[in-house]
Write a protein that binds this ligand. Structure first.
Ligand code: ATP
Length: 635
């Protein structure tokens, strides 16, 4: 009979669960008349018993546990291999999709009318599918993009389209997301957003941590840098305060851009902070944003006179921790507002700033156009902005430009300029210039690949859930094995407190109701050593205390154990939720790693549900209290 891998895994998990359950059942047989537990009534898996007395554990269980453990270990290794190959499959599909769609993608977002803006009956902009048409005094221009977001599009709508490129960053590609457009068209809104409507950067941070936590095959760490480019000078936004008090002081100690022989760009002296978790990442990001706005109040009243760049360095370590980490960069850039200087009538410093921004934006356009046309020479050196982004705009990188436009009639001239710039960046050979047939074929292939990717992702998620289950069972089996069979050899005594002594007077050994020792399995009968220990202990225990609990079966005490049942109950929601997507305003994913790390949660003592069989042997009491400490360390 053919049994698939999944069936094998689930069979084996069933076996492992069975061995946990059977330990529970056997303990119930030992102690008939036991009331059903709350968890039984709730249709939860029955809480297993922890035997802490070697005398009550049947020998055959040990073999069962050992077999389960070795089976589970083998299966976990197998499932990890499968997870890796599925992840590889997903990456390949995603990469093919991005290749077909183009490594440089251009989206357009039209800002809604602001309350202060006049709305005309005939609006100058109309959107049909991914096409924007601008009409103005007798002229009509059409621009096609990879994606167009109309005025009602939400931050979530935008982020959904940005997400695949973030996955590429985690897959090891350098990624660059650029917000371009005229002043006041919503670049900062799209990138930063507000508290109620977070933008791409805060969402991306959350997504990165979420994806990194789901990835069991490697360990991923992040670090962050933030800088702004003003009039061709770089300013470190995360530098310690003293150094960045005034703008002039910082511009003087301008940062240098270095390119190594491999073409990797590094900015000398730029602060790079480790961001071990999302909270820290958001804290640093807020600090950087504040540093930007503070500096601008000193220099200029608007924040559109500089380019603001946020960089997340992603380091990925595989199984081999000695191997060099794979590093990729994610740049998220809020570009300075493009302006027609004649229209604004700018003079003096404002004029210079406008010129500097326009020059750098034009240089950026040249670089992107050259890359799209696959020209040999790419003019990165023409401005600081393109020098910084050099290794994230090239061939093996993914670029996303979001061009922002205003819906107002008054801004039509600027809108046409912005859309023309974006179209130039988007270059000629893309869909708009392709025959209809070809476009359809591309779209069909993209759909197929998306389906492939979704399937691989789903399978991978199932696999991860199975791994979680298996790991859980493995640890529980190990705990049981350790609890029952590996009591410490060293017999050195730790002092027993009076209280503990008075508790350890349940001396009656665990026997059948009629006290027939012969019916016990061999290993449950006392050995010479244990009898000696017991005699020694008997001498020490005051007679008075012994008389406190002379009940034959009082050695069985029911405590809620802080090991099995509580983990059982917790595992359910974790597994159930692990498929859910993490989004702002939606249920957050409960992550395996956070589950693992949240030791305080796991250490909740005495949850009702499982039982602990304590020892009747006073000498073992000491060992057990030590042993229990060790058990809680394990959790
Ligand atoms: N999609 C949107 N939905 C709602 N409000 C928006 C949207 N886009 C922009 N706005 C609003 O428009 C105003 C200008 O937006 P924002 O400051 O983001 O523009 P900007 O292009 O970054 O300007 P600057 O170049 O000067 O920094 C803000 O009040 C912002 O809240």
């Amino acid at each position: 009979m053919f049994i698939s891998n999944e069936e094998l895994i689930s069979l084996s998990l069933d076996n492992a669960t069975e061995s946990l359950k059977s330990s529970q059942m056997e303990s119930s047989l030992d102690f008939p008349g036991e009331m059903p537990l709350e968890s039984d009534l709730l249709d939860l898996p029955p809480p297993p018993t922890i035997y802490t007395d070697v005398k009550v554990v049947p020998e055959h269980e040990k073999n069962k546990f050992e077999m389960s453990i070795s089976n589970l270990e083998g299966e976990i290794a197998q499932m990890r291999q499968k997870e890796k190959s599925l992840d590889r499959k997903r990456k390949e599909a995603l990469n093919k999709i991005l290749d077909i769609k183009g490594c440089i993608r251009v989206f357009c977002r039209v800002r809604p009318f602001l309350v202060t803006e006049k709305r005309r009956i005939h609006e100058p902009l109309s959107i049909k599918l991914e096409k924007v048409t601008v009409r103005s005094v007798g002229s009509r221009k059409e621009f096609r993009f990879d994606k167009v977001f109309h005025q009602a599009a939400t931050q979530e709508d935008v982020f959904v389209e940005v997400e695949p490129i973030l996955r590429s960053a985690l897959d090891g590609y350098n990624v660059c997301i650029l917000a371009y457009g005229q002043t006041g068209t919503g670049k900062t809104f799209t990138m930063d957003g507000t508290n109620d409507q977070p933008g791409i950067i805060p969402r991306a941070l959350e997504e990165l941590y979420c994806q990194a936590c789901l990835d069991n095959s490697s360990s991923i760490t992040f670090s962050m840098s933030m800088l702004e480019v003003y009039m061709g000078n770089l300013r470190d936004l995360l530098a310690p305060k003293a150094a960045s008090r005034t703008y002039e002081a910082v511009t003087r100690c301008n940062l240098n851009i270095q390119t190594d022989p491999k073409g990797l760009v590094e900015i000398e002296g730029l602060t790079e902070v480790k961001i071990p978790d999302l909270a820290k990442a958001k804290w640093w990001y807020t600090k950087g944003r504040r540093a930007r706005s503070t500096s601008w109040t000193n220099v200029n009243e608007t924040s559109s006179r500089s380019h603001c760049l946020t960089r997340i360095n992603i380091s990925r370590h595989g199984d081999n921790l000695k191997a060099k980490a794979e590093v990729s960069k994610l740049w998220m850039v809020d570009l300075g507002g493009s302006e027609r200087l004649l229209k604004t009538g700018a003079t003096g410093q404002t004029l210079d700033e406008g010129r500097a921004i326009n020059l750098s934006l034009s240089a950026l356009g040249d670089v992107i156009a050259a890359l799209r046309r696959k020209r040999g020479h790419v003019p990165y050196r023409n401005c600081k902005l393109t020098q910084i982004l050099k290794d994230s705009l090239g061939d093996s990188s993914k670029v996303l430009m979001l061009v922002h436009v205003s819906p107002c009639e008054d801004d039509v001239g600027e809108t046409v300029c912005s859309l023309s710039f974006a179209n130039r960046a988007r270059a000629i050979e893309i869909n708009g210039e392709l025959p209809e047939e070809m476009i359809k074929l591309r779209q069909k292939r993209i759909l197929e690949l998306e389906e492939e990717m979704r399937e691989a992702e789903e399978e991978c998620q199932n696999d991860r859930n199975q791994i979680q289950k298996a790991e859980f069972l493995l640890s529980e089996n190990k705990k049981l094995l350790l609890t029952n069979y590996q009591l410490p050899e060293d017999k050195e005594k730790t002092p027993v407190s009076d209280k503990e002594e008075s508790m350890t007077v349940n001396r009656t050994p665990l026997l059948t109701e009629n006290g027939d020792k012969s019916s016990l399995p061999r290993f449950m009968t006392s050995t010479v050593a244990s009898r000696q220990r017991q005699t020694a202990a008997e001498k020490e225990i005051p007679r008075k205390a012994r008389s406190l609990r002379p009940v034959a079966r009082s050695s069985v005490q029911f405590f809620g154990s802080h090991s099995l049942s509580c983990s059982d109950l917790r595992l359910k929601p974790i597994l159930r939720d692990s498929n859910k997507k993490s989004r702002f305003g939606e249920t957050k994913t409960i992550l395996r790693k956070s589950f693992k790390c949240n030791s305080s949660d796991l250490k909740t003592p005495f949850l009702p549900g499982s039982k602990m069989v304590t020892s009747s042997d006073p000498n073992l009491r000491t060992t057990l209290s030590r042993h229990r400490r060790r058990m809680s360390d394990l959790i």
